[in-house]
Design a binder for this molecule. Structure first.
Ligand SMILES: NC(=O)c1ccc[n+]([C@@H]2O[C@H](COP(=O)([O-])OP(=O)(O)OC[C@H]3O[C@@H](n4cnc5c(N)ncnc54)[C@H](O)[C@@H]3O)[C@@H](O)[C@H]2O)c1
Ligand SMILES: [Zn+2]
Length: 357
């Protein structure tokens, strides 16, 4: 078991990582109960059927959401808040999110607004949630106009990452999580990149705990320095490497066609190609990026064609863009990235053209 601290002064918290982390989550629940503080668990139907005993061992106050992105909506939020009230949740209580990013985002948002905020813990069960969504305090839901448009910053009080949960994760979901892992390596950890390209890691690889810790350490460092993504340059926005391209692909192909991580995998390749076009990296950096994305079963081109103009328009509308300027995250080496806001539309179009089969 290893421990990592997210430094955010009075909002600092620990991330416990290892195959026994779930036991620590159970201990945390027992401690709260001893203090007569109400506890509730929010999970989804898949997790509940796979790990019913574990859910019930935590508490009898269980909210089971439908699995999938559709649960990040106002009606699921309303039902969750009503259930919390029925359980007798009060301001001294705590909510545990037990599941992937969907559960974490919805549960975290419910915890941020129920009685103006109750404590919240994360027990992530997907690789994406372990390396990304469970750390950093972004919570929220989707509305018709876009994903994650309604939400709050609400840091968890603790994160318990039990790598044993990876064993039941569908292979496609594991691959999608690996896209975020590759992203961190490309951003600032060349050593991690070399480890990932040496042998393709699997859900069972013993190195996974170490890899997850490396990713969480990078995210924790970035979040500590720029919690609310207000830095003009670099900062938390760096975590969007590959995402401006990826979000455009997800949107234009129709949400659900590509898993988020699949679109990000392709986005990383496109970010590397844009960096090469601007003379920031050499062709070897691009081919290594392509190879690693392919190696983890992620796409390096579009599965079916999408008009470049449509993709350009979607990428320029990405909500991360401040003051009408499109922000792109570019590489200057494997393990080095920075933000740029002066990218010509024509270049964005050229790069999207390379994504066509
Ligand atoms: N808050 C953040 O900072 C942040 C960052 C990145 C992504 N997100 C959000 O995360 C969400 C995606 O999260 P996700 O990829 O974890 O998706 P998810 O929560 O939908 O989980 C994917 C699927 O895997 C199933 N599953 C989960 N754990 C399992 C396990 N151990 N074994 C078997 N099946 C399991 C789930 O039931 C679901 O069907 C998106 O809504 C995205 O917006 C948030
Ligand atoms: Zn992502």
């Amino acid at each position: 078991m290893t421990n990592l601290k997210v430094e955010l002064s009075e909002r600092s918290y620990d991330i416990k990582i290892g195959p026994e982390a779930f036991l620590l989550a159970e201990k945390a629940v027992r401690k709260l109960e001893k203090q007569n503080r109400p506890v509730a668990v929010i999970t989804d139907a898949n997790i509940y059927s796979l790990f019913k005993d574990k859910v019930q061992a935590l508490t009898k106050n269980v909210i089971v959401l439908k699995a999938g992105e559709k649960s990040k909506c106002f009606s699921a939020l309303a039902q969750t808040c009503s259930a919390l009230a029925d359980f007798g949740m009060d301001r001294s209580g705590a909510v545990f999110a037990f599941g992937g990013g969907v559960v974490g985002d919805l549960a975290g948002f419910a915890a941020s607004c129920f009685m103006r905020g109750v404590d919240f813990f994360q027990i992530p069960t997907t690789l994406l949630a372990m390396v990304d969504s469970s750390v950093g305090g972004k919570t929220g839901i989707n509305i018709e106009q876009g994903k994650n448009l309604v939400g709050a910053f609400h840091q968890p009080k603790g994160v318990f990452i039990d790598t044993d949960f990876l064993k039941t994760l569908p292979k496609r979901e594991f691959a999608a999580g690996m896209a975020e892992v590759i992203k961190y390596a490309l951003l600032c950890d060349e050593k991690l990149f070399c480890l990932l390209e040496k042998n393709a890691l699997t859900r069972e690889s013993p190195e996974m705990a170490k890899v997850i810790k490396a990713c969480c350490a990078i995210k924790a460092g970035v979040v500590s320095a720029d919690e609310r993504e207000t830095a003009k340059e670099n900062g938390r926005a760096l975590l969007n490497l590959g995402h401006t391209f990826g979000h455009a692909v997800e949107k234009c192909a129709g949400y659900g066609e590509y898993l988020h991580g699949e679109a990000v995998g392709l986005g990383l390749v496109l970010a590397a190609r844009m960096s090469e076009s601007l003379g920031l990296v050499d062709s070897e950096c691009v081919s290594r990026t392509e190879n690693i994305v392919r190696m983890y079963g992620l796409p390096v081109s579009l599965r079916s064609p999408i008009k470049p103009d449509k993709l350009v328009a979607a990428s320029l509308h990405d909500k991360k863009n401040a003051a009408g300027k499109s922000k792109f995250i570019l590489l200057n080496k494997i393990g080095g990235a920075f933000t740029r806001t002066d990218i010509e539309k024509s270049l964005v179009r050229e790069i999207f053209k390379t994504a066509q089969k």
